[in-house]
Design a protein around this ligand. Structure first.
Ligand code: ZN
Length: 215
């Protein structure tokens, strides 16, 4: 719940709010209705406390943010960027960024890697989906093969480099170690023939599983 209440006012806790205090409260601090500009207020919507408009039926749903990143390898070296923005500014991490609404998550991973490093990557497999407790960011990580060319930083990175796997710098996020473990485990198993996705059934046509990349 926004501390101090919306617009700085102390929140008035009604009975249902006390009863629902164990539910997740909104973590974004939207103040005004996107449709009509009226101040939003907390009220119960389908059993959850939501920021909602009192003049129209707009409800501000506290949606998660979806981020994608790649562990991109070339000649046994991993491509990393040194962050030029918070959080964890100055630390190294995998090329990553947010998915735009309606954008294919795999295309977003390739786009972000190209924007942040100047390197075109080819996705190989899904490594995992990661989320820090209480965070609105859901992070989807892919293993990728890095294409040719010298990495070039953009405004979001101080520096971009390939590091030998045994000489990686300290990484920015708590889940980066888990991502590397998943990447190493997948690489050990790569001597087996790659899985081919089953032909799309009429029900699944038009949808693609995240596991079906690189086929
Ligand atoms: Zn409204």
């Amino acid at each position: 719940m926004p501390t101090g209440g919306i617009g700085g006012r102390a929140p008035v806790q009604r009975g249902w709010e006390r009863a629902l205090s164990h539910w997740r409260m909104p973590i974004t601090d939207a103040c005004f209705c996107l449709r009509c500009g009226t101040a939003l207020a907390l009220r119960e919507v389908f059993g959850h406390p939501r920021l909602a408009c009192s003049s129209c039926d707009y409800v501000h749903y506290d949606d998660p943010k979806v981020a994608v990143g790649v562990v991109a390898e070339r000649q046994k070296k991993i491509l990393l960027t040194r962050r030029n923005h918070e959080p964890r500014m100055g630390l190294w991490s995998f090329p990553s960024g947010f998915v735009d609404a309606g954008e294919d998550v795999r295309a977003a991973a390739v786009r972000e890697a190209l924007e942040e490093t100047g390197i075109t990557v080819r996705l190989q497999r899904l490594l995992g989906i990661y989320q820090e407790q209480g965070s609105r960011v859901i992070y989807i990580s892919f293993a990728a093969e890095a294409g040719a060319g010298e990495p070039v930083p953009n405004v979001e990175s101080i520096e971009v480099r390939f590091f030998p796997e045994a000489e990686l710098p300290p990484l920015a996020f708590a889940h980066d170690g888990e991502i590397l473990d998943a990447w190493r485990a997948g690489r050990r198993g790569r001597r087996q023939p790659p899985d081919r996705p089953a032909p799309a059934s009429p029900r699944s046509r038009g949808r693609t599983s995240l596991g079906q990349i690189g086929a």
